[in-house]
Design a protein around this ligand. Structure first.
Ligand code: GDP
Ligand code: CA
Length: 304
C-alpha cells in the first residue's frame, strides 16, 4: 500500500495517474483540511472534494475546480439578494456541502463523510482527512489577516503575504486511520501540491512530521515547481515572499530530512546535483500531468 500526502489539484492528478497502475486497495490519500471553511452555515472541504470529483471523472476541467455541467442559479439569486457570493458554489456542488453539513449535525466525522461521499461518487481509493479536528490556514498579509479562502478566492492570491499560520493544528489529533495508513505503507508520497499551504498543514498535525522523519528513506516527493514556476496557484509567489528559493531546489530544501527521493522535471535536470547534495536521491522525468502518457510516466517513477 502507498499513502499520498495530498492537497487539491496537483494531488488529484497524481492520484488519478497512480490509480491507473495500482489496485484501489493499494492507494490511500491523506488529505489537507486547512482550506476547509464554513460558509452560509455549510461545511466545505475543498481539497477532499477536488480529489473526489477528479477521481470520479466529474470534475470541471475548464474551471479547474467544482463539478462538470455545473449551473449557478443559487449563486445568482444570492448575489441579487446582496448575499456573499464571492466564493462560487455551483448548484450541483452545493448538494455535496448540504449532505456533509447534515451528516456533521448528526455527529458523523469528516473521515466518515469523506468515505460516504467517495462511495456515492464511485471513488474506490481511500481518502483520509489527516484529522477530524478543525485546522485553519491563516495568512498575515499586507492588508491584514485573511482566512484561506479570503486570500485565495476573494483576493485571488494577489496580496503580499508576511507569514502563514495553522490555527488549531498544535491541538489537533491525527486520525487513527491516517496513522495506521502511514505506518503500514511501503512508501509515502508527497504529491506535487503547494508545500506551504497544502502539505505544511498536514505536517503540522502532531505526529505526522515525526513519521516522515523516521521513514524518510521510504518517502518520495514530486516537485510542484517546474522551471522556477508553479503550474497553477501561488506556490511560486509564496515561496518567494516567505524567503525560499523559487525552484525545485527550494522545495527540496523545504522537505529536507523528511524525503529520501525527490522527483524533478526534465526542465530542471541541471539542479540534480544540488538536490543530491541535500542527501536525497533524485529522479528526473516528465512531471507535467496534463498529458495522460506523461502522467503515466510520472506514476511509474513514483512507484519505481
Ligand atoms: P490546490 O489545493 O488545488 O491549490 O492544489 P495543490 O496544492 O494540490 O496543487 C497546486 C500545485 O500543484 C501547484 O503548485 C502546481 O504547480 C502543482 N501542479 C499542478 N499540476 C501539476 C502537474 O501536472 N505536475 C506537477 N509537477 N505539479 C503540478
Ligand atoms: Ca487546496
Amino acid at each position: 500500500m502507498i499513502s499520498v500526502l495530498s492537497g487539491g489539484v496537483g494531488a488529484a492528478r497524481l492520484l488519478r495517474a497512480l490509480r491507473g497502475t495500482l489496485e484501489a486497495k493499494e492507494l490511500t490519500a491523506v488529505v489537507n483540511v486547512g482550506d476547509d471553511l464554513v460558509l452560509h452555515g455549510l461545511s466545505i472541504c475543498p481539497d477532499l472534494d477536488t480529489i473526489s470529483y477528479t477521481l470520479s471523472g466529474l470534475n470541471n476541467e475548464e474551471l479547474g475546480w467544482g463539478l462538470k455541467g455545473e449551473t449557478w442559479r443559487v449563486m445568482k439569486e444570492l448575489g441579487d439578494l446582496g448575499g456573499e457570493s464571492w466564493f462560487g458554489l455551483g448548484d450541483r456542488d452545493l448538494a455535496t456541502h448540504l449532505y456533509r453539513t447534515q451528516r456533521f449535525s448528526e455527529g458523523a466525522t469528516k473521515t466518515q463523510v469523506a468515505q460516504e461521499l467517495c462511495a456515492k461518487f464511485g471513488v474506490d481509493i481511500r481518502l483520509l482527512p489527516v484529522t477530524n479536528d478543525v485546522v485553519s490556514t491563516i495568512f498575515s498579509t499586507e492588508i491584514g489577516t485573511l482566512s484561506f479562502q479570503e486570500y485565495f478566492v476573494r483576493h485571488h492570491h494577489g496580496v503580499a503575504v508576511n507569514s502563514i499560520s495553522f490555527s488549531g493544528a498544535a491541538a489537533a489529533t491525527p486520525t487513527p486511520e491516517t496513522i495506521a495508513a502511514l505506518t503500514a505503507s511501503s512508501r509515502i508520497v508527497i504529491a506535487p501540491s503547494n508545500p506551504l499551504i497544502s502539505i505544511e498543514p498536514i505536517l503540522q498535525v502532531p505526529g505526522i512530521r515525526e513519521i516522515l522523519r523516521e521513514r524518510h528513506s521510504d518517502v518520495v516527493a514530486v516537485s510542484p515547481i517546474i522551471n522556477g514556476a508553479a503550474l497553477k496557484g501561488p506556490a511560486d509567489r509564496l515561496l518567494n515572499e516567505l524567503g525560499h528559493d523559487v525552484s525545485c531546489v527550494g522545495v527540496a530544501k523545504y522537505y529536507q530530512g523528511l524525503v529520501g527521493t525527490f522527483i524533478i522535471d526534465e526542465q530542471d535536470a541541471k539542479h540534480e546535483n544540488e538536490i543530491k547534495a541535500l542527501g536525497m536521491n533524485v529522479i528526473v522525468t516528465t512531471t507535467i500531468m496534463a498529458n495522460p502518457d506523461h502522467a503515466k510516466q510520472l506514476a511509474a517513477a513514483v512507484l519505481s
